[in-house]
Design a protein around this ligand. Structure first.
Ligand code: ADP
Ligand code: MG
Ligand code: MG
Length: 369
């Protein structure tokens, strides 16, 4: 990809900022988009900052659809927050329009860019160093569910097709296994057996959706702590960011993905599986925060399926790592041989732990329901 700096001046000229642009520099630790902070100075001498991003062309083929999703959701949130008497400029992102009134700008090299006012006096943390931070993110993502409960989810574009279609992920695994083009299947017989033993599980949530037991929701699909802005004064998660993967989906999957990566203390590619353990107290605190944030929005069935969300997101992720291992590591970058198989093994270990503690997980959900 071309370095984003090539067209920066052209992009900056497309926007009417509050002040004069005095600089722009790479910002944050996102892995997907090219993110810059734009510094401007107003006539009164105030510094006003913006976040400027070139959307990843590799990850997102349709920036127009993606931006329609973001504009739709953030406009809706702004109205709702204002009606509730909240501070919409801090509690949701706002898309700054170009001078032409467009939601994004396409540069001369085809790069698609967008601008958000910088939400000041906030922290963006990479890792939940404390249970309180994990709780803060849970509450913010639960609150996101609450605020968007009446948004027509089916009007959103699927920015990544079949993202959490676990049945499709299973089918892709089966294709990779049948091809076994690198002869790696012989090295992962226990993991292959694990997938086969869990094939029926891959349909549990989708079946519930098809049967109308679980509702289609607006989902975030990247529910990490670093996609929440935390108020510096209160320590509360006030604004959900990184809305690129907002799509129709299942609330239990947003919940489950947070549990998958947040409710353990090991690296995703840890080779010593004795160190990889599902942490029930962290599951407890996340469940508490998520349900408090959702404040009665989730149906009884969604609550009942929360443990399934955790297990299925972890299983699905493990299946994807295993599929990529069989296909020759073409999707997930590796830094050493066998890394995707190691990643698969940690996920399956977590699935086993969850299965062993299933009743306790259900009891936690019940406690906060
Ligand atoms: P990526 O998809 O690459 O993770 P993000 O949308 O999460 O991109 O943005 C990258 C980083 O930029 C965030 O982690 C955060 O630090 C910062 N950021 C994004 N939007 C804002 C905003 N409106 N206000 C303040 N910081 C922001
Ligand atoms: Mg992000
Ligand atoms: Mg992102």
């Amino acid at each position: 990809a071309n370095p984003a700096e090539n067209t920066l001046s052209e992009v900056l000229a497309a926007y009417a900022f509050a002040g004069e642009v005095v600089g722009a520099a790479r910002f944050g630790q996102g892995h997907i988009n090219d993110t810059f902070c734009v510094y401007t100075q107003t006539a009164e001498g105030d510094c006003v900052r913006y976040i400027l991003q070139r959307m990843s062309a590799a990850a997102f083929k349709h920036p127009d659809q993606l931006m329609q999703n973001i504009v739709g959701v953030t406009d809706y949130l702004r109205d709702l927050i204002e009606k509730d008497g909240g501070d919409a400029a801090r509690e949701t992102m706002t898309v700054l329009r170009t001078k032409n009134g467009a939601a994004y700008f396409t540069d001369s090299e085809g790069g698609a860019w967008r601008v958000y006012p910088f939400v000041e006096n906030t922290l963006c943390l990479q890792k939940a160093e404390t249970p309180e931070l994990f709780y803060a993110s849970a509450k913010a993502f639960g609150n996101f569910q609450r605020m968007l409960k009446d948004y027509p989810a089916d009007t959103l574009f699927e920015t990544i097709e079949k993202f959490h279609d676990t049945e499709n992920r299973l089918a892709n695994f089966e294709k990779a296994l049948a091809a076994d083009k690198l002869g790696r299947a012989k090295d992962c017989a226990p993991e292959i057996a694990f997938v086969k033993a869990h094939a029926a599980d891959c349909s549990v949530a989708l079946e519930a959706l098809r049967a109308g037991r679980l509702p289609l929701r607006v989902t975030h699909n990247d529910t990490k702590l670093n996609n929440i802005l935390i108020d510096k004064d209160t320590g509360e998660g006030i604004c959900v960011i990184d809305l690129d993967t907002v799509m129709p989906g299942l609330s239990i999957n947003d919940f489950g993905d947070s549990i998958r990566f947040g409710a353990n203390h090991s690296a995703e590619d840890e080779r010593d599986l004795s160190k990889v353990n599902f942490d029930l107290p962290l599951f407890d605190i996340y469940t508490k925060g998520f349900l408090e944030g959702a404040a009665g929005t989730l149906t009884d069935a969604e609550k009942e399926y929360l443990p399934w969300g955790a297990k299925l997101m972890t299983l699905e992720c493990g299946i994807r790592f295993l599929t990529d291992y069989l296909e020759g590591d073409t999707y997930f970058k590796i830094h050493r041989d066998g890394q995707n198989l190691d990643r698969c093994r940690t996920q399956f270990k977590l699935v086993r732990d969850m299965e062993a503690r299933w009743d306790e997980m259900a009891a936690v959900v019940k406690k906060y329901s």
